[in-house]
Each structure stands twice: as structure tokens, then as C-alpha cells.
Design a protein around this ligand. Structure first.
Ligand code: ZN
Length: 125
């Protein structure tokens, strides 16, 4: 299960909305607790690029940071299925895809094995 702080999720949605119809990509920060991954913050990747149907960043430019649990990006089309390219660019443990409408909790999460992982919004510290 992936547990995300509601205000962090909301901030990502607002960021996605303000860039619509372009994609956004962010790095998810948090920690692993037993089988759960807890997301408490996000940051913009250095040199991140967003565009229509395309959002990525050069992962070799990233600092070594073990608090980074994975990435989140938007699919402005609203289709929450990952693309082949998404798995080729997998970074970290999890990948979140968020889609419009951005005032609703529309999100899908995947692990490295392309398996769907549950997401829960909950206040965690
Ligand atoms: Zn994608």
C-alpha cells in the first residue's frame, strides 16, 4: 500500500492542473515502513521536462537520495494506464499516474513489476 499525505496529493494535482494539457513529473519523497510506502513530500526533478504526451528527466543528473521513493506524473488524457515508455523510465520503487479531473482522487500506482499497487490518502507525519 502507498500512503500519501492528502495535502501532498492535492499540491501535485494543482501542479498538474496548472500545466494541463502538458504532463508534469515530480519525485516522491518519503520512507518505507514494512510493506507500505509513505509519501510525505514531493520535489521537482532537476532539468525535468514536461510536454504533450511526454514528461521525463535525466535520471543520471539526480543526487543520490534514499528518501526518494519513486515518481509521479500526469496523464492529461485521463487514461491511468502506464505507457511502455513509463516502464522504461521507471525510477525508484513506485510510479504514480494522476489524471484529470484534478479535483478528484484519480490516481493509479505501479511497482517495478508493472503491478498495480493500492493508494490511500491519509494524514501521516
Ligand atoms: Zn505516462
Amino acid at each position: 500500500m502507498i500512503i500519501i499525505k492528502p495535502e501532498v496529493f492535492k499540491a501535485m494535482q494543482e501542479f498538474a492542473l496548472s500545466n494541463h494539457p502538458n504532463e508534469i513529473v515530480v519525485l516522491l519523497r518519503g520512507r518505507k515502513e514494512k510493506d507500505d510506502i509513505i509519501i510525505t513530500d514531493y520535489l521537482l526533478p532537476p532539468f525535468g521536462l514536461g510536454g504533450r504526451g511526454f514528461a521525463s528527466f535525466p535520471s543520471h543528473m539526480l543526487p543520490i537520495d534514499f528518501t526518494i521513493m519513486g515518481t509521479a506524473h500526469s496523464h492529461p488524457s485521463g487514461v491511468l494506464q502506464p505507457s511502455i515508455g513509463d516502464f522504461h523510465n521507471f525510477y525508484g520503487r513506485i510510479m504514480l499516474i494522476i489524471g484529470p479531473p484534478y479535483d478528484q482522487p484519480r490516481v493509479a500506482a505501479y511497482n517495478k513489476s508493472c503491478e498495480l499497487v493500492g493508494v490511500k490518502l491519509s494524514n501521516v507525519s
